[in-house]
Design a protein around this ligand. Structure first.
Ligand SMILES: Nc1nc2c(ncn2[C@@H]2O[C@H](COP(=O)(O)OP(=O)(O)OP(=O)(O)O)[C@@H](O)[C@H]2O)c(=O)[nH]1
Ligand SMILES: [Mg+2]
Length: 471
């Protein structure tokens, strides 16, 4: 447990109605009493009130008053101050929250006074990290705090809420509990072979491993694969030869002039990423320089970035021009995307006057086709429906109260699964119990990483580094 006192501004920087300064740690109440003067003109506060824990501020009360510099007696602001004694607080430490007028100068001068009076500036996520270190929440619940802050759709918020209530933690703990039971049984047989009447009941162990552990772990891995994008966003990449209309499509989808559009081929050079919400599902859409031959050194870097981004994208919108002759570049792009989930987007249909569209190679027929005009907006609804259908096709969208493991969880689940499967095989093959115990222990430890009991320090630090200051 950390024993110093931390403080930070908990509200966004800038001008607003109120700003909040949070203080947590053993000196929080001392600091508050040193810099805060309660309004004494309120009838319900008697001056001879009994002191609680040696402080005049009582726990879980809201006080009106002023922040006053203890040496100069200068009044910094009129505030509302909340005093909360441990352990019923966010961090399980003593916590003071000061609601001030918002404005960077007011907030900075009060924070400065708090720091001079004995607190230290909090690191990003340090309040939540303290909640985790004190055992109030586990690692999955801490991660849910970031997910709630970052939620961009109602579905992702619901998932994060289910996770913060401990849904994922309970599921992982239950599987881990079954593993602990197996390990206890195996270790008893190893340590006291003479006391165990029969040998370990192998059939029953295999059954428990299969039903309570392997099936459950596989199910959770599958849930990540089917639905993680509901929280993380589904990555869409727009690809096509120069000038085909990629940036125009991106702008039309996000309904904003984000990417520069010009008739000059090679306008877009960097990857431009934006979030997008279609029918309540989060997407991350990327416009790029495309993939084509070039000698331009800037474009060459752009192509490299495009290739890297392509690897990680979940859906490609492969765009061709309805009015242009088929090019070698189109064929090359097709080769790069054909093994991915692709929608063939035929753009500029407004230019087709005689109804004659260019021919599409026969092998391309297996791609679903969408015809649009990015310039005028034709076909956009159909394209949006296709995007949803081709990304969420087999996911269950009724996810209320279901928790979906994130990538970190999934990787740990997969490792745990490997060891559980290995242990099952070993039991069947009559491998010595000592070796089976090692695999069971490994399977347990990988699950422990998810909730935090066996997580390495760098993993924990990495998770909290994604937080903002003041959370
Ligand atoms: N007629 C017509 N013109 C379009 C359409 N979509 C885009 N354009 C025009 O095509 C030109 C290129 O559009 P961009 O969106 O910049 O194309 P891009 O693929 O991003 O181009 P680069 O970034 O250079 O690779 C612009 O002049 C657009 O106005 C369309 O549906 N119909
Ligand atoms: Mg462009």
């Amino acid at each position: 447990m950390e024993d110093d006192t931390i403080a930070a501004v908990a509200t966004p920087f800038g001008i607003g109605g109120i700003g909040i300064i949070k203080i947590s740690g053993k000196d929080a109440f001392y600091i508050a009493e040193a810099i805060f003067q309660r309004s004494n003109n309120l009838p319900h506060i008697a001056t001879d009130e009994p002191r609680e824990h040696g402080f005049s501020l009582k726990s879980h009360r809201l006080y009106h008053g002023h922040i006053v510099h203890p040496k100069t007696q200068k009044v910094l602001d009129e505030v509302l101050l909340t005093a909360m004694k441990a352990p019923l607080t966010y961090t399980r430490e003593d916590v003071i929250e000061i609601n001030t007028h918002s404005g960077s100068v007011v907030l900075a001068s009060i924070l400065d006074l708090v720091i001079k009076t004995g607190a230290r500036l909090a690191d990003p996520g340090e309040f939540t990290k303290r909640a985790y270190l004190s055992g109030r929440i586990d690692l999955t619940q801490a991660e849910a705090v970031i997910d709630i802050i970052n939620s961009k759709t109602e579905i992702s918020l619901e998932m994060a809420m289910a996770q913060i209530k401990g849904g994922l933690k309970r599921r992982v703990e239950s599987i881990r509990g079954s593993l602990i039971n197996i390990l206890t049984e195996i270790e008893a047989a190893i340590d006291f072979p003479e006391d165990i009447e029969d040998d370990v009941d192998e059939t029953s162990l295999v059954n428990i491993l299969e039903q309570n552990i392997i099936v459950e772990l596989s199910e959770m891995v599958k849930q990540h694969e089917c639905a993680h994008f509901l929280r993380d966003g589904f990555k869409i990449m727009v690809l096509g030869h120069p000038n085909v209309g990629k940036s125009s499509l991106m702008n039309r989808l996000i309904q904003r002039d984000r990417a520069i559009v010009t008739p000059i081929p090679g306008t877009t050079r960097d990857i431009i990423e934006e979030t997008l919400n279609i029918r309540g599902i989060p997407f991350i859409i990327a416009d790029s320089a495309g993939l084509h031959e070039t000698r331009d050194p800037v474009e060459i870097i752009g192509m490299k970035k495009t290739r890297e981004y392509l690897e990680g994208s979940d859906l490609v919108l492969f765009m061709i021009d309805a009015d242009d002759p088929f090019t070698r570049e189109d064929q090359q792009i097709y080769q790069s995307v054909k093994d991915k989930r692709v929608i063939l987007v035929i753009n500029k249909i407004d230019l087709i006057k005689d109804g004659l569209e260019r021919d599409i190679p026969e092998t391309w027929n297996k791609m679903p086709v969408s015809r649009i005009s990015a310039l005028y907006g034709d076909g956009m609804n159909t394209l949006k429906n296709m995007i949803v259908q081709h990304t969420t096709g087999n996911a269950h969208l009724e996810l209320k109260d279901t928790v979906i493991p994130n990538l970190r969880h999934k990787n740990a689940l997969l490792k745990s699964l490997e060891h559980a499967i290995a242990a099952k095989e070993e039991i069947r093959n009559g491998t010595p119990l000592e070796l089976i115990a090692i695999d069971i222990q490994e399977a347990m430890d990988r699950l422990g990483e998810i909730i935090g009991v066996t997580a390495k320090e760098d993993v924990v630090d990495h998770i909290f580094s994604r937080f903002c200051i003041g959370k």
